[in-house]
Design a protein around this ligand. Sequence first.
Ligand code: FMN
Length: 316
Amino acid sequence: MRSNRVCNITGIKYPLFQGGMVWVSDWNLASACSNAGILGTIGTGGMTLSEVETNISKMFDLTCNPFAVNIPLIRPNAEEIGHIAIEMGVKVIITAAGNPGAIIPKLKQSDVTIIHVVPSVRGALKAEHEGADIVVCEGYEAGGHNSPHEITTIALVPQVVDSVDIPVVAAGGIADGRGIAAVMALGAEGVQMGTRFIATKECNAHINYKKKLVDAQDTETCIIGRKLNMLRVLKNNFAQRILDAEIKGASKEELLKIIGSDVNRNVSGAIDGNVAEGTLQAGQSAGLVKDILSVEDLVDSIIYEYGKAVTGLPVF
Ligand SMILES: Cc1cc2nc3c(=O)[nH]c(=O)nc-3n(C[C@H](O)[C@H](O)[C@H](O)COP(=O)(O)O)c2cc1C
């Protein structure tokens, strides 16, 4: 994988990002990724401000390579997290799930690279207009929060590439070197993966979650919460109850009652390992995840597969 604009802008060796993942991408995973030559990312979604600071400090202790801080813009204190990151010396911020106009121009007053995640051409144009340096375009296959536009990665990437001048990083449904080769052919200059990195030794996700991901087949994710926040998850008892209620036309209030307020389903599934009743965010690439590897071995195998995929392409 050759150095390109994404590598030049971020300072990483390979144009591969470990996507920020709420609850399961703390400094353990992010530092291993940065040390493997890709962009490690702290997912601040579920962190307190003091946890954000601790995670950033740990990153500076554990790696000399570039890393990013991911900030979901639905967080009320998103801007504060951005300023903390910048003050602590973070050079790359990845924003997602919200209006980039509200934050990018403010953060760009400092010398920081801003990457914004979008689900559509319109979102990419807006991010570019607001000053983003790179856009991650994330298709409907992706794990975690999803867009009601439901555009797949293979359809979205070339349309975004044709619409913006800044580099495009593809996300959603990619879990190995073949997937990277495919989206690079569509004009992407990098890839962001989330789901694949859950099944790594360094990821802080509960082992039950990792094992359920490794055991998952192609049909074992679903979208829940179309009336709330769309989320792609592994199917389990909890997800099935939500799906059943949604088919019957349950209201927002009825769905919230099923979710319940006494327990955080994300923490219960991802951290405590309750794989029946917790929320297990994962993408459609789950069926490609066959083993729990160290980040170093995973990145090595991805680079090898990418080379094999590219050289093996037929010439017409
Ligand atoms: C468990 C999980 C949690 C996620 N949390 C976040 C998040 O907090 N912020 C964000 O921008 N994206 C989040 N994502 C999306 C990833 O950063 C990444 O874009 C996505 O996983 C790529 O698609 P893939 O899952 O098919 O690899 C999450 C994804 C997963 C699987």
